[in-house]
Design a protein around this ligand. Structure first.
Ligand code: F6R
Length: 255
């Protein structure tokens, strides 16, 4: 795992965008995995700047969202389909038909999960998966005790995640209890992972994921099993890491 510590959230976004841009430049029909929430916002904004400044072209890129709420109507401003349309598809100029989000409206959610896995496989797999991390160590909506080999399926959100995400809704009771999320096994199948985090509220989870034991109690620790994972964090999110000197040494002695 490569750990990159930068000064602030904007620099986190710039560094992650650079990695994603490299993938898209090499493969215009690349398949990207999209996280939502606050963490990757700066990454998407940085990519949008590149679209304008250096004509980075996303029109052929395909995308798969990590997760979606169950039980809120299509078009709800907090649904991840809407967030992805607003924050990724439009500013980056993706073709809407090229972007898939788990169907949280499906009658048969188990089948919707299987269909989603099938669609990812048919697209040739995800070239690069963008991840945020929850304060409780989740990635996607794989809450603590998620199976390390899980695939896309319905999950029940923890009370703490619902509280954390209540800021996107009118009140806590409006936050859905269930979601459809790519599993930890799905995430591990991606060719490359980029996890971004900023802020002191992520420091405990980040340190546990990067330097703690591999455990379903910290679902993000599963990235330790991936051979191409980069973690990009600001100083605050990195504040509880113990090997920061080593990570900085590595950055200044690139092979
Ligand atoms: C959402 C997702 C989640 C978030 C995590 C952090 O698609 O994948 O794992 O990345 O909940 O959320 P923020 O960034 O809002 O703190």
């Amino acid at each position: 795992m490569k750990v990159v510590i930068v000064e602030n959230p904007k620099a986190v976004g710039a560094a992650a965008a650079q990695i994603i841009a490299t993938v898209v430049l090499a493969k215009p029909r690349a398949v990207l995995g999209f996280a939502t929430g606050s963490s990757p916002g700066a990454t998407y904004r940085s990519l949008a700047t590149m679209v304008q400044a250096v004509h980075l072209d996303f029109s052929e890129v395909r995308g798969f969202a990590l997760d979606e709420y169950v039980g809120i109507p299509r078009g709800h401003p907090a649904s991840y389909a809407e967030v992805i349309r607003r924050e990724i598809v439009e500013p980056l100029g993706l073709t809407p038909a090229n972007v898939s989000v788990p169907d949280g409206q499906a009658q048969d959610l188990d089948q919707a999960g299987r269909d989603y896995e099938e669609a990812i496989i048919e697209a040739g797999g995800i070239d690069i998966q963008i991840l945020g991390i929850g304060a409780n160590g989740h990635i996607g909506f794989n809450e603590p005790t998620s199976s390390l080999t899980s695939l896309t399926r319905i999950k029940t959100l923890t009370e703490s995640t619902r509280r954390d995400n209540a800021r996107f809704f009118d009140h806590l009771s409006a936050v859905p209890v269930h979601c459809l999320t790519q599993g930890l096994g799905t995430i591990l199948r991606s060719h490359e992972l980029v996890l971004v985090a900023h802020g002191s509220h992520k420091a405990v989870a980040l340190a546990a994921a990067v330097e703690g034991p591999l455990t379903s109690m910290v679902p993000a620790s599963v990235i330790q099993l991936h051979s191409r994972a980069t973690v990009i964090v600001d100083e605050e999110a990195a504040s509880l890491l113990t090997l920061t000197q080593y990570y900085r040494f590595v950055a200044s002695h690139l092979p």
